[in-house]
Design a protein around this ligand. Sequence first.
Ligand SMILES: [Cu+2]
Length: 338
Amino acid sequence: MSFHPLSALLAAQATQTPREGNIFFPAEASTVARGLDDIFYFILWVSIVSFVIVIAVAAMFVLRYRQREGHREEKTATHGLGLELTWTIIPTVLMAVMFFAGFKGFLGLRQAPQDAETVFVEGQMWNWNFRYANGAQSQELVVPVGRPIKLVMSSVDVLHSLYIPAFRVKQDVVPGRYTSLWFEAIQEGTFHLFCTEYCGTKHSTMITSVRVLPEAAYQAEIKELANFIDRLPPVEAGERVFNMKGCTQCHNITTESRLQSGGGPGLANVAKLIAEGGQQKFADGSSVAADEQYVRESILVPNAKIVSGYPAIMTAYQGRISEDELRVLIEYIKSLGN
Ligand SMILES: [Cu+2]
């Protein structure tokens, strides 16, 4: 508590206005962004100045003391106490400032404030799903401005990593455990949120937005997002579930296949089969009547029957989708045949 210069430096950071975006960084849109950027610029400038000094002195020595006619090695001093203290103490102080500022910033990033609101995040190849305290779900992250939010994150398949550049926060999302991060947005607007850990063919499409809204608009938005299954007609509600659960990453809603880009069959095919009372054919040569039960199984346990000509890459939704969601989703898929 008595490290005054540093406390002053850090306190000054907290009260300064956030910068606009520039060549290095997007706009500073969270409470921690300004402080983290200041440390970055501090380290950057220390590196630039030291680089110039070291190179300039080295170049000067190379020129001045090079071997040439009429010059011989002279006896010189072996020590220069003043010089040695200078080049030890100054870098040590600079390093200490970097360490303490960085360490304090790191602790601040790890410790979510007590009153932070929790939003659960589920990462999946290749989609994000956000769940709010009132039961709402969304595919874009919606948050209020000026209030701390804690993301508690897990993955249903492989390692992902959630990154919001404008907030300067990033954290791995790991199957089989929770990781978390927190932030407080200080600016309304829409910012990028994406996966920054290579997670398969369509990793680069695992991108969405964070929408920062005023408190009242945020409350209205998550209220609208909750209980939509009870409010909307099944097909409309089903379309929302379809978008939210990442189905769009691998399926067209027409008859067109996505096999070429690592996806699955166009879902209008199965819809047409259901409408005609047809059979779906599978990789092992068997077939089954296309109906609600088949679609249900295809979603919950996709590998039970593999559609002929496709790889078994669809992740199982068993345990990750409610009966209500499943019901409207199936209604929506059936409607694609029209
Ligand atoms: Cu990912």
